[in-house]
Design a protein around this ligand. Structure first.
Ligand code: NDP
Length: 345
């Protein structure tokens, strides 16, 4: 089974009907020299994929998905057969994989694969490599290191999108590793309750309370670190309430991803950057994989084992539901990392 992308969506939220489930025509018996046959076990659905569903080139440097072709995203797979050097049947791999239950990967596609060491995980599922121990976890860990540090004990940190894949790791690290006072925002009361259970000092539902008032109450003396997953008016509010020398990790702007350019929110109070000497810096995780990837894997595995960072997942069963899983994630249906379970480990 494969899931194909139908056509560009530039000015509305993506819907389940934008995806097409199709029988795939892969013949495992027909593997050619240099090719690898991979069975997909888990698939990641991520906000950055939204950029590849637009006609224009997204902020991400890879081009848009092709109409009528399978989508692709981070995945975990099991090598079923190999006629390529470097891979053997039984290897567990992660990397950019097509949304197909079985895929034949040529040499170029193999270049995007990494062999995994499942023993790093103990009894945890391999899907952790798509979340806390994978790209989103690395995003949180490395961007705090590169942009928010140095951090003083007791500084006030605010994380938006706090109950999502990146936000949960960022908030827990800021609290348990750096000793910050951490405030989180998320889009439901259940998510807010979970954040408090995980040790966030304050949390609020941005859909039911006013963000400016909630931040004023939670941080009367202002915010030192803002981990921004949402952009838009929330960023504007934080600029007003930031303290001098605040650091803002510009990680994502999901509140803007479904809007056409002319409707994107124009943040009006950037002069705060100057008067308060705020550092606001953008970040793309892939820039740091070579430099920090190995250190990240070891450190985060330790944090998870020690319970400093709890790994949460929201699992959708079946590759045929991958489009639905993406749509639901964009609408806030996930708590923790949104993954699709395609086949048993
Ligand atoms: P999440 O697991 O956080 O899922 C997306 C969440 O965004 C939803 O659950 C929803 O939660 C929230 N959301 C959706 N619409 C809005 C809105 N209009 N306003 C506020 N929140 C909204 O995804 P990730 O953790 O994977 O990604 C989080 C952010 O980090 C994204 O902006 C993404 O683009 C960015 N990112 C950036 C990377 C980089 O290298 N720069 C790498 C990876 C991710 P809720 O219920 O709270 O609304």
């Amino acid at each position: 089974t494969s899931v194909l992308w139908k056509d560009y969506v530039d000015d509305r939220a993506v819907q389940e009907s934008d995806f097409e489930v199709s029988a795939s025509d892969i013949d495992p018996a027909n593997l050619q020299d240099g090719e690898v046959l991979v069975e997909l076990l888990y698939l990641s659905v991520d906000p950055y994929l939204r950029g590849r569903m637009r006609r224009m080139k997204s902020y991400y440097f890879i081009g848009p998905f092709e109409s009528g072709k399978p989508l692709a995203s981070g995945g975990i797979g099991l090598v079923k057969a190999s006629k390529a050097a470097g891979f053997a049947a039984g290897d567990v791999v992660s990397g950019m994989l097509p949304w197909s239950s079985l895929a034949v990967l040529d040499q170029a596609a193999q270049g995007m694969l990494q062999k995994l060491e499942p023993s790093l995980l103990g009894t945890a599922p391999l899907s952790y490599f798509l979340g806390t121990l994978g790209m989103p976890g690395m995003t949180a860990w490395a961007s705090i290191k590169k942009i928010a540090e140095p951090i003083k004990q007791g500084e006030v940190a605010f994380v938006s999108g706090a109950a999502g894949a990146v936000g949960l790791v960022a908030g827990q690290l800021l609290k348990n590793e750096y000793g910050c006072r951490v405030i989180g925002s998320a889009g439901s009361d259940d998510k807010v309750a979970l954040l408090k259970q995980l040790g966030f000092d304050e949390a609020f539902n941005y859909k039911s309370v006013d963000t400016a008032a909630a931040l004023k109450a939670a941080a009367p003396d202002g915010i030192d670190i803002y981990f921004d997953n949402v952009g838009g008016p929330t960023l504007e509010t934080v600029l007003d309430q930031a303290r001098s020398h605040a650091r803002i990790v510009a990680c994502g702007m999901i509140s803007q991803y479904d809007l056409p350019d002319e409707q994107k929110y124009g943040v009006k109070n950037l002069f705060n950057l100057i008067t308060k000497r705020i550092k606001l810096e953008g970040f793309i995780v892939s820039d740091y994989m070579a430099e920090l990837g190995a250190a990240f894997g070891a450190t985060m595995a330790e944090h998870v084992q020690q319970g400093k960072v709890k790994a949460l997942e929201h699992t959708t069963e079946g590759i045929e539901n991958a489009g639905k899983a993406f749509v639901e994630m964009m609408a806030g249906g996930n708590t923790g990392k949104a993954v699709v379970k395609v086949a048993a480990e």
